[in-house]
Ligand binder design. Structure first.
Ligand SMILES: *Cc1c(COP(=O)(O)O)cnc(C)c1O
Length: 395
């Protein structure tokens, strides 16, 4: 190995270690679900994006087996050569309808969708205005385009308006926000964002990855919950969270814009097609969630139940509504110690500390699923309560 490279890599790893930021993988020895096996032990999982509990669910596995028989395993092609099967077209139609748009284009991940969504449409004549806490894939997607970049303070409409005014001379202005922000479970003020965009003639992109499938009256996402599903120009989202949890993502919008992505987006032109088993099973999931509204009811019931119990127990839990529930701890080391002790007591959660969240705002991020039972949530709260006392977080 090249000596220079070796030295630099070792130094960097040592820095990551000494900052306490080194990530060990905790290996699951089972399917994903509310109960998983880690280190030979059954634990309750409260850190998956498995909002509707579909990831390990038998109906999906059975459907996927049939889809494998029907469509085969892989296509060995990008979409435009020989990598488009009926199932890809069908999913694009179905997810577009689901998101109230004309059309959609699927990608192998929402990451790839976000890499496509800016660079395909924006040039150096344009401007993009992005919330400071937007997902890393949006940050990188913006890096790939030549538009002038502006970042507005998190959910700060006055700052957004300032940036919209400042960019009035540009050919196009694009405002982009996560629908839900993953570290806090904050929901973006999408109605106000759409109002401002309209006032200043900008178009709006929302990445609804943490909301598609379960937020809003019919599960269309934060765009539905905020009443703007028909106002946002483009929605990007993932199939890797609530919608079965494998992978894949899409951009949904007006037909001619989607057509342009098929013509120009580099993350579809130069990369392999979505495996048909995933496309087929994602369609199955869209039908499944339509047929099972009780899953949506259950996730909100479970989330409210957990939030209320934690507040009664004396913990600091921000006043939000999303199943991402940050339990504020403060000190980074305490957060990771508590998470470790919780795992030993059969509860799998993760502590987040600086630089992922601001200094002094370390937290344990709990994620509730429709598949959790109230008894499991009681167990989670009881474990938090006993460790909260031990670490003097509550009295
Ligand atoms: C998880 C997530 C992504 C990435 O989705 P993948 O399909 O896993 O690439 C993109 N954006 C947001 C907001 C996310 O939360």
């Amino acid at each position: 190995m090249n000596q220079n490279l070796e030295k630099i890599v070792q130094q960097t790893l040592a820095e990551i270690q000494s900052a306490g930021l080194y990530k060990e993988h905790r290996v699951l020895e089972s399917r994903q679900g509310t109960n998983v096996r880690v280190n030979g032990k059954e634990v309750l999982n409260f850190c998956a994006n498995n909002y509707l509990g579909l990831s390990g669910r038998e109906e999906l596995v059975e459907y996927a087996k049939n889809a494998l028989d029907k469509y085969g395993y892989g296509l060995s092609s990008v979409r435009f050569i020989c990598g488009t099967q009926t199932v890809h077209k069908e999913l694009e139609k179905k997810i577009a309808e689901f998101l109230h748009k004309d059309d959609a284009i699927i990608f192998t991940s929402c990451w790839d969708a976000n890499e496509a969504v800016f660079a395909t449409l924006l040039t150096d004549a344009d401007a993009v205005i992005s919330d400071e806490l937007n997902h890393a894939s949006i940050v990188d997607g913006i890096r790939l385009c030549k538009a002038e970049r502006h970042v507005f303070k998190h959910r700060d409409l006055a700052d957004l308006e300032e940036k919209l005014k400042f960019t009035q001379e540009k050919r196009l202005r694009c405002v982009v926000s996560d629908g839900v922000f993953s570290m806090d479970g904050h929901i973006a003020p999408l109605k106000e964002i759409c109002d401002l965009a309209e006032k200043y003639n900008a178009y709006v992109v929302v990445d609804d990855s943490h909301a598609t499938g379960f937020m809003g009256e019919t599960g269309r996402g934060a765009v539905e919950a905020c009443g703007v599903i028909d106002r946002v120009d483009l929605i990007t989202t993932t199939f890797g969270k609530a919608l079965g949890g494998a992978n894949g993502g899409c951009i949904a919008g007006q037909k001619d814009i989607i057509d342009l992505f098929h013509q120009r987006a580099r993350t579809t032109l130069f990369t392999n097609t979505v495996p048909p088993v995933i496309a087929a099973t994602t369609m199955f999931v869209l039908d499944f969630i339509e047929a099972h509204p009780e899953l949506r009811a259950q996730i909100w019931d479970n989330t409210n139940y957990f939030r209320a119990k934690m507040i009664v127990a004396g913990f600091t839990v921000p006043q939000d509504v999303h199943p991402i529930v940050p339990v504020m701890i403060g000190d980074g080391k305490v957060a990771s110690d508590i998470a470790r002790e919780m795992l030993a007591q059969g509860i799998y959660v993760i502590g987040f500390s600086y630089p992922v969240v601001p200094m002094g705002k370390a937290r344990i991020r709990v994620q509730i699923s429709a598949a959790h039972t109230h008894e499991q949530i009681d167990q989670l709260v009881a474990t938090f309560a006993s460790l909260g006392k031990k670490y003097s977080l509550i009295s």
